[in-house]
Design a protein around this ligand. Sequence first.
Ligand SMILES: C[S@@+](CC[C@H](N)C(=O)[O-])C[C@H]1O[C@@H](n2cnc3c(N)ncnc32)[C@H](O)[C@@H]1O
Length: 186
Amino acid sequence: MNPLISNLFYLSRPPWDSGITPPELLEFIDQHPAGRAIDIGCGTGTNLITLAEHGWQVSGVDFALLALYKARRKAKIANVKIDLHLGDASKLRGIKGKFDLALDMGCFHNLGEKKRDYLAQLDNILAPSGYWLIYAHLTPADGTPASHGLAPVDLASAQSRFDLIWRKDGTDKIGRDSVWALFQKK
Ligand SMILES: C[S@@+](CC[C@H](N)C(=O)[O-])C[C@H]1O[C@@H](n2cnc3c(N)ncnc32)[C@H](O)[C@@H]1O
């Protein structure tokens, strides 16, 4: 995915844009005190708004301008303050930490070779003991190389910087293998 294609998706409502905050994030919110959160690949901001409504100070980054435009409009309607950045998730330019939570629903698995840069930036912006809550598609279990998805090597790379707190494997609504995972900065 590149910004042009992503913007094209946001001309209408993309298939992933359910407008519903997932139970995994709601559970996290229930179990942790409010702090600073960033949603990386925030799309139209549904989860930023939920976090803000629960007292979190929130920032979002996405490379699709149209998504950010929609997020700003939704936040205005919800009467919450959100801080939005147009930019690449693997660079996170202009974003000043430290965040207690970084949420990533469906962005990291798109990054291909840029995943290492992303993890280094994530490490920079997370507070000590900060969390990374991620939802991603998995690469094929038979090891077929794929440009999209979270591979075992990506998980190993993440675990060199972050402890894996829990992991929940499943399938998405069209049967793709996927995972929710919570990491904590070492
Ligand atoms: C599958 S969508 C999920 C959006 C949102 N997290 C949600 O759950 O509705 C992935 C989002 O990541 C953004 N994205 C993908 N690659 C990105 C990158 N390299 N830098 C910034 N945003 C990116 C896309 O524009 C898109 O909004």
